[in-house]
Design a binder for this molecule. Structure first.
Ligand SMILES: Cc1ncc(COP(=O)(O)O)c(C=O)c1O
Length: 307
C-alpha cells in the first residue's frame, strides 16, 4: 500500500515528495532512537477539517523526546503550525499525520550526542487501520508469544521508534496465522495492550481497561474513551486483568488513533459474547466518530480546525 502525499515538512520547510529523503547513515535508521506520533484529521460535519487532540499528541511527542534524551529543535506551537501547514498544503481533510523526530548522520557510535536532531511531518489519507470490515463486525485477535516490554528495559510511555520492533514481531506473528491483531501480555503475564492499541473489555455493565501504571502506552484514544464512557454514566475500572478474563468478557474493543474504536469478536479462537460487536462498544464507537467528526458538540476543545 503506497503513501499518497505531495509535500512533506522537513526541518522547517515543505519539500516535494521526491526530495524528502535522508542519508543512509542517519543514526535512527541503524539503532532506532527517535520519537514519533500518529494523529488523525477528520472532515467535519460542517464541511471543514479538524485535527483530533493535536495538542495532546504533540505534548506526547515532546515527552517522548524528553524520555529519549532527544533535544527537539521545535517547540509545541511550531510543531502545531507545521502539522496544520502540511495538511493544508496537501489539501487533505481526512488524513493521518506522522511527525517523526530522528537523529541525522554524523557519529555512528551509539551516543551520537553531536548528531543533528531532525524533524519530518508526513500526512496522507489512511482508511480504517484494522479494515472497514473490522470496524463494523469486529476483528479476530490472538495473544502473542511476545511479551510487551518490561518497564525497566524499555521506556513504555514513549513512542520511541526502535521499541516498535516488539509490536511489529507480535503483529507479524499473528497476521501470518490469520488473525488481525496481537494482544500482548506484560512480563508478569497480565494483559497489557495490543500491538498498536489499548484494550478495553465490558463485563456485567462495567468497563475495564489496563491501568496507566502497567506496561502500556498512555493512549490518547484510551483517554478519550474513558471520558466519553464516564459521561455516559458507565462504571469504569482501570485494573490489571488476566488473559482468561478476556475470554469471558461480554464485549472487547481496542482503541488507537489509527484503529479508532475497533470491536474484537474473537480472542484465541474463542467467541467474545455473542461473537458480534456488543451494544456498549457500538454506542461508544458511534460517540467517538461523532466527536472526531464534530457531529457531537460536547468536546470542541479536542478539535483544532485546519484553516
Ligand atoms: C503500543 C501502542 N499502544 C496504544 C496506542 C494507542 O495510542 P493513541 O490512542 O494515542 O493513538 C498506540 C498508538 O499510538 C500504540 O502504538
Amino acid at each position: 500500500m503506497g503513501i499518497e502525499t505531495n509535500r512533506i515538512w522537513m526541518d522547517g520547510e515543505l519539500v516535494d515528495y521526491a526530495d524528502a529523503t535522508i542519508h543512509v547513515l542517519s543514526h535512527t535508521l541503524h539503532y532506532g532512537l527517535g520519537a514519533f506520533e500518529g494523529i488523525r484529521c477528520y472532515k467535519q460535519a460542517d464541511g471543514g477539517a479538524a485535527v483530533f487532540r493535536l495538542d495532546e499528541h504533540l505534548k506526547r511527542l515532546l515527552e517522548t523526546c524528553h524520555i529519549a534524551t532527544l533535544d527537539c529543535p521545535y517547540d509545541q506551537d511550531e510543531l502545531k503550525r507545521a502539522c496544520l501547514e502540511t495538511i493544508k498544503d496537501n489539501g487533505f481533510a481526512d488524513c493521518y499525520i506522522r511527525p517523526v523526530v530522528f537523529l541525522g548522520h554524523g557519529e555512528m557510535g551509539l551516543s551520537a550526542l553531536s548528531n543533528d536532531v531532525r524533524v519530518a511531518i508526513i500526512s496522507w489519507p489512511w482508511g480504517a487501520y484494522l479494515g472497514d470490515e473490522g470496524l463494523t463486525h469486529g476483528i479476530r485477535a490472538k495473544v502473542s508469544s511476545f511479551n510487551r516490554h518490561h518497564v525497566n528495559a524499555a521506556m513504555v510511555k514513549g513512542k520511541i521508534n526502535g521499541q516498535y520492533v516488539n509490536s511489529i514481531l507480535a503483529k507479524r506473528e499473528v497476521m501470518k496465522s490469520g488473525y488481525q491483531e496481537a494482544i500482548m501480555l506484560d512480563t508478569e503475564g497480565y494483559i497489557s495492550e495490543a500491538s498498536g492499541e489499548n484494550i478495553f473489555l465490558v463485563r456485567n455493565g462495567t468497563i475495564y481497561t489496563t491501568p496507566l501504571g502497567s506496561s502500556i502506552l498512555g493512549g490518547i484514544t484510551r483517554n478519550t474513551l474513558l471520558a466519553l464512557a464516564r459521561e455516559q454514566g458507565y462504571e469504569l475500572q482501570e485494573s490489571r486483568f488476566t488473559r482468561d478474563f478476556l475470554y469471558v468478557a461480554d464485549e472487547i474493543f481496542m482503541t488507537g488513533t489509527a484503529a479508532e474504536v475497533t470491536p474484537v469478536r474473537e480472542v484465541d479462537d474463542r467467541a467474545i459474547g455473542s461473537g458480534e460487536p456488543g451494544p456498549v462498544t457500538k454506542e461508544l464507537q458511534a460517540l467517538y466518530f461523532d466527536t472526531v467528526k464534530g457531529k457531537s458538540k460536547s468536546h470542541p476543545e479536542w478539535l483544532t480546525i485546519v484553516e
